[in-house]
Design a binder for this molecule. Structure first.
Ligand code: NAD
Ligand code: IPM
Ligand code: MN
Length: 350
């Protein structure tokens, strides 16, 4: 397996180093070999060379079996240009339309919701990943003046909405799940989100075993906090999915725990923790590497390496149970030591 590794900025570099150690450890244990190729694209690289991603960058990425990204974002690049090209660019250019963000609580102590435990928090969010307000269509007219006009269009296409909602239903069906919830803001965004309503109503009857519900996104945010147990599969647009997955990450113990996959089924896909570069933690060996390590497990699972992925997930759960983890999740270890603990659990065959 050839994997492109883009550590990126800030804590992205630190958590990626731990994910790489873990991938190598499962490789050793299960006798599979990974060719991990590090790519330097980052804020540093941009500031030194003026290049965010080289002209053939996306073609290079397509040649790999998978891509792993740490995080992108640096205060020295205020317009976030490099993140737009490297992170969003990869999502768009490789057409990674499924942003898969599982939300699973491993231990009661990690959940800030009163009285909730692992039996209450176990759902997945499918975030549309190639459209919405993220497409960058629009611009600023007379910027910086009192006459400034700023336009940022939200794009919803039948094809785009259909394929993500269909993916959510197919995922539920394949896993024997019985509930799919679609969230939009069709009461206010009466044109764009009417399309989400139309497609959801078109597809739902094709899945008779599945109870399909709809919430407006504001109500969804409220129900997530009040009663997360009701959710199995949530599907929503790019922006709303971004927001609710940071909220949902807190149910798992915080942003440091949350994993994601940017997937086009059957094609080269990209995996990354949900969190960003957390500049305030950068270089301090305090960031939690579990979100990155769990993203590596998602990557291996998607590549068909099910046993390897399951071994990583078991080691993560064991480390969390044994408090062999970073401070944000109740342990006392640094980033590297928390990664080592997971590596040791894998090597020990647990
Ligand atoms: P962030 O996710 O980087 O951090 C927010 C806060 O969450 C941190 O200050 C910290 O308290 C906590 N946190 C995040 N990751 C953690 C970890 N691994 N362990 C422990 N605690 C953790 O979000 P932000 O501060 O809004 O953004 C910082 C930069 O990262 C910005 O430039 C932003 O654009 C970028 N960003 C990138 C990605 C990505 O690459 N996928 C995702 C989100 C934000
Ligand atoms: C994420 C991030 C990105 C997004 C930013 C860095 C553009 O927040 O992956 O969740 O909004 O998609
Ligand atoms: Mn986000």
């Amino acid at each position: 397996m050839r994997i492109a590794v883009i550590p990126g900025d800030g804590i992205g570099e630190e958590v990626t180093a731990e994910a790489v150690k873990v991938i190598e450890a499962v490789g050793q244990r299960f006798g599979c070999s990974f060719e991990l190729e590090q790519l330097p694209w980052s804020a540093d690289y941009f500031l030194q060379t003026g290049v965010t991603i080289p002209p053939n960058g996306y073609d290079m990425l397509r040649e790999f079996d998978a891509i792993f990204i740490g995080a992108l974002g640096d205060p020295r690049v205020p317009d976030n240009r490099h993140a737009r090209d490297i992170l969003l660019g990869t999502r768009f250019e490789l057409d990674l339309y499924v942003n898969y963000r599982p939300v699973k609580l491993l231990h009661e102590r990690l959940c800030p919701l009163k009285g909730r435990g692992p039996q209450d928090v176990d759902f997945v969010v499918f975030r549309e990943n190639t459209e919405g307000v993220y497409v960058g269509i629009g611009g600023r007219f007379k910027p910086g003046t009192d006459d400034e006009i700023a336009i940022q269009e939200e794009i919803n296409t039948y094809k785009g909405v259909h394929r993500i909602i269909r993916h959510a239903f197919e995922f539920a069906k394949a896993r024997g799940l019985t509930r799919v919830c679609m969230a939009d803001k069709s009461n206010a965004m009466t044109a764009g989100h009417a399309l989400w309503q139309r497609v959801f109503r078109e597809l739902a009857p094709q899945y008779p075993g599945i109870d399909s519900t709809h919430y407006y996104i504001d109500a969804l945010a409220m129900y997530l906090v009040l009663d997360p147990k009701q959710f199995q599969v949530i599907v929503t647009n790019n922006l709303f999915g971004d927001i609710i997955t940071d909220l949902a990450a807190t149910f798992q113990g915080g942003l440091g725990m949350a994993a994601s996959g940017n997937i086009h089924p059957g094609k080269t896909s990209m995996f990354e923790p949900v969190h960003g570069s957390a500049p305030k933690f950068a270089g301090k060996n305090v960031a939690n590497p579990i979100g990155a390590i769990a993203s590596a497990a998602l990557m291996l699972d998607t590549l068909g390496l099910k046993e390897e992925a399951a071994a990583i997930d078991r080691a993560i759960a064991a480390a969390v149970n044994a408090m062999k983890c970073t401070v944000d999740v109740g342990g006392s270890l640094g980033t590297r030591e928390a990664g080592d603990a997971i590596v040791q659990l894998i090597a020990a065959g647990r």
